[in-house]
Design a protein around this ligand. Structure first.
Ligand SMILES: Cc1cc2nc3c(=O)[nH]c(=O)nc-3n(C[C@H](O)[C@H](O)[C@H](O)COP(=O)(O)OP(=O)(O)OC[C@H]3O[C@@H](n4cnc5c(N)ncnc54)[C@H](O)[C@@H]3O)c2cc1C
Length: 397
């Protein structure tokens, strides 16, 4: 497992919420006792922000999922991604979202939501059309475009646990595509890594291929909603640039909801590992790429996620998610001293921006890294909706 960045405190009380009234009750309890309260969805925050020594409002029992005739899905804030994909699949629909089966829809959406359909349909939060929220003063509000517009803006990508407890999320779903599952393996080389950086962020929106590089190995994996022949042609272009043989397996007609679990074995992580990440707006120099690849030993790995496409067709201030001009996200996963060294080497060429759902307690300027130019508006919204900072954690707005 990837190690959380802070030790996990034991809560004094966990309130297992099954209704909005239970959430309000948990908040009343915290107000009465003066204890710190945090909401928990899937419980996967890398910085343990859904843990506290006070009161945890555990929303996992609020996981109802329905889809109306217009394709709008109403999803309880405690639902997890695997259940979301399965329920939407039954209606022939889906949403662009992440890969982990047990990741919570609330935490993922509130911080953005990057996944295999994102280059085509945007972040998970870009499909959010409304939400129900219990505010710090324990009032319950509905927000949407034109209804509590500041709150609705802030919920789309600033990160969870900052403005209130979301109890329900509504998404404009998309038709579930039948996808090609893509997997290719080669020996790791800087040439391959440079070719991926030059190529993957500019591929057609329907084609997402990510790259993981570990000691000696490079694995390309992803999906395509294009016909298999077109997909093959595009991937041949990539292998020609990278100077490697076309060693790519394509499996056709896999429903998107069933594609994700097939990648779960691709990144085996042994023992406790640390992770740090950053966005990049341009290809790294060959010198830096070579240095990063050379340092890969044992369990260390670099994970490159392609951005571009629909992610970047939204203005940086249209939602709270500020990272709309990036080409890729690079994660360094492994032993702590190496992670810091590798991150530092790459950082000189990074954009200085960090994905709010991959919190990094070592950042010098977290507000700038997570929120960039959106920070002043977020700070004003925080002051208005949570003036007494009921919702707080290190690096919170
Ligand atoms: C195995 C794994 C795979 C992942 N894959 C992806 C991926 O493919 N794409 C991607 O973008 N990210 C991915 N992530 C990162 C993931 O998006 C974040 O860890 C996210 O914060 C997890 O949300 P959660 O609900 O599971 O976690 P939690 O720890 O429950 O919540 C995260 C934060 O949101 C707050 N929060 C939770 N519920 C609510 C609520 N109802 N109202 C208000 N605030 C709330 C919490 O207090 C906390 O601050 C992955 C993480 C893991 C561990």
């Amino acid at each position: 497992m990837i190690e959380a960045l802070a030790p996990s405190p034991r809560p004094r009380q966990v309130v297992r919420c099954r209704s909005v009234a239970d959430v309000v009750h948990a908040m009343e309890l915290a107000a009465r006792t003066g204890e710190h309260l945090v909401p928990r969805g899937g419980g996967h925050c890398f910085a343990n922000r859904s843990a506290t020594d006070g009161i945890v409002a555990d929303l996992s029992g609020m996981d109802r999922i329905t889809v109306d005739a217009a394709g709008v899905a109403t999803i309880g804030a405690g639902a997890r991604l695997g259940a979301v994909y399965r329920a939407l699949h039954a209606c022939g629909r889906t949403i662009p979202a992440g890969c982990g089966d047990t990741v919570g829809i609330a935490g993922l959406t509130l911080g953005g939501g990057i996944g295999l359909l994102g280059r085509q349909y945007g972040l998970t939060c870009d499909r959010l059309v409304g939400a129900q929220v219990v505010l710090a003063d324990r009032s319950v509000v509905e927000c949407a475009e034109g209804r509590e517009p500041d709150l609705f803006w802030a919920l789309r990508g600033a990160g969870g646990g900052q403005f209130g407890i979301v109890t329900e999320l509504r998404f404009a779903t998309v038709p579930e595509p039948l996808a090609c599952r893509i997997e290719g393996r080669w020996a790791a080389s800087e040439n391959l890594v440079t070719a991926w950086q030059d190529w993957a962020p500019d591929a057609p929106d329907e084609l997402t291929v990510n790259l993981t590089v570990s000691a000696g190995h490079a694995t390309l994996f992803g999906s395509s909603a294009l016909p298999a022949a077109t997909t093959r042609e595009l991937l041949r272009d990539f292998t020609a640039r990278a100077g490697v043989l076309y060693a790519i397996d394509i499996r056709q007609d896999v429903p998107y909801s069933m594609l994700k679990p097939t990648f779960s074995g691709l990144d085996p992580v042994e023992g406790h590992q640390r992770s740090r990440s950053e966005f990049f707006g341009r290809t790294m120099s060959e010198r830096t790429t070579a240095r990063l690849v050379r340092q890969l030993l044992g369990n260390r790995r670099l994970a490159f996620t392609a951005m571009g496409g629909a992610y970047n067709r939204v203005a940086a201030d249209e939602t709270a998610f500020a990272h709309r001009g990036e080409r890729f996200l690079l994660e360094h996963v492994g032993d702590a001293p190496w992670v810091d060294e590798s991150w530092g080497a790459a950082h000189a060429e990074g954009s200085g921006r960090v994905y709010p759902n991959f919190p990094d307690l070592a950042l010098e300027d977290p507000a700038g890294a997570y929120h960039a130019g959106n920070y002043p508006r977020l700070a004003a919204i925080k002051k208005s909706y949570d003036p007494h900072r009921v919702f707080h954690f290190p690096q919170a707005i």
